[in-house]
Design a protein around this ligand. Structure first.
Ligand SMILES: Nc1ncnc2c1ncn2[C@@H]1O[C@H](COP(=O)(O)OP(=O)(O)O)[C@@H](O)[C@H]1O
Ligand SMILES: [Mg+2]
Length: 203
């Protein structure tokens, strides 16, 4: 990872005796993150968990970080204000960096509406370790799915700063994969995610 460096608090990084490449050798595959981004109910969680299931069955060490779950613990103190959304993704980025250093294939399902935040996470990792998957789905289709009932609440004004309705969503400009979840079913989308991972020779 990083060489021994001191930060302003005189905290020095301790380089261990086992490195990422050693861990990758043990796992039999590389560490990387498959970063899903898209509106609420676009299908990020559904597709990420299906892809994880397939990878797990193939013996790949995986972990899914899901937006709602992270907000129950690590980020339970954060709101959905612009400032807190930025902090949410910053913390997640740092956590993922550790998992990738641990040689895992991490799949993430966060709306992550801001391009700059996604760029920052990418910049924490090495070339080829961050694959961005844009789950594209029109807000009307997401709102019609509304399996969690949150679009209805947002439209009723009960949820402020709701991405796609009252808060912006910045689509990726150059994603590694686009899934148009209004045309393509979830199992087929998950299969294409696995194909992407194979093409990049991560597994
Ligand atoms: N092609 C598709 N891909 C993913 N989800 C789909 C698709 N078509 C319908 N759905 C449904 O849409 C909903 C997506 O919800 P979820 O995966 O929780 O979205 P997100 O994590 O993006 O908020 C689920 O109820 C899922 O069954
Ligand atoms: Mg989700």
């Amino acid at each position: 990872m990083t060489d021994k460096i001191s930060n302003n608090n005189n905290v020095t990084w301790f380089n261990g005796y086992v490195g990422r490449e050693d861990r990758e050798k043990l796992h039999g595959h590389n560490g990387a993150v498959i970063w899903f981004t898209g509106l609420s109910a676009s299908g990020k969680s559904t597709i990420a968990h299906l892809a994880e299931k397939e990878l797990h069955q193939r013996g790949v060490s995986t972990y899914v970080f899901d937006g709602d779950n992270v907000r129950h613990g690590l980020c339970s103190d954060l709101t959905f204000s612009r400032e807190d959304r930025i902090e949410n993704i910053r913390r997640i980025g740092e956590m993922i960096r550790l998992f990738v250093d641990g040689g895992m294939i991490v799949l993430t399902a966060f709306i992550s509406p801001f391009r700059e935040d996604r760029r920052k996470v990418r910049s924490l990792l090495q070339e080829g370790q961050f694959l961005e998957v844009y789950v594209e789905c029109p807000p009307e289709v997401c709102a019609a799915r509304d399996h969690k009932g949150i679009y209805a609440k947002a439209k009723a004004g009960e949820i402020k700063e709701f991405t796609g309705i009252s808060a912006p969503y910045e689509a990726p400009e150059n994603p590694d994969l686009v899934i148009r979840s209004f045309e393509e079913d979830a199992p087929k989308a998950a299969k294409r995610v696995i194909e992407l991972i194979e093409q990049r020779e991560l597994i």
